[in-house]
Design a protein. Sequence first.
Length: 183
Amino acid sequence: MKATGIVRRIDELGRVVIPKEIRRTLRIREGDPLEIFTDREGEVILKKYSPIGELGDFAKEYAEALHLALGHTALICDKDSIIAAAGANRRELAEKPLHDEVEQIMKRREKVVASEGKGVVPRITTDDHGDVNRSAVVVPILAAGDAIGAVILVSREADAAMGTLELKVCETAANFMGKQMEN
């Protein structure tokens, strides 16, 4: 564990403030759920809760099925990072933080289909410096009206245009995963 040198007191209602610098670094926003853990040494551990993360193994299998059916790299993410990846560049994408462009797409509950020459292809991760993916589909996963993640297809191939088929498959996957989270 890394010490920050910051000390906070608990108020009369049992609350403690997480400093702004730590919230910004860890991408914790107002309203984000936190899981509380304790260990044998008496430490209290706060961890950002990811409902999509609960479906980790299932998400990996679903991403693999999407990749096998369509041939594109398939990603399933929560609001902050990639939870599951399948396809050619899965190792470099797995568990990477999402780029702000994808976070904004989810926040707007927007569906994006883009290929070179047909719209701007969004950057997927913070490591993505543009011109990496030549086409992409991003569909938010909605549960109880909230965007909790996204299903994403990407391709680096010059001739791999995404269209209605890829959009419908991503919509189906996102709807299914959203329903799983509501149950």
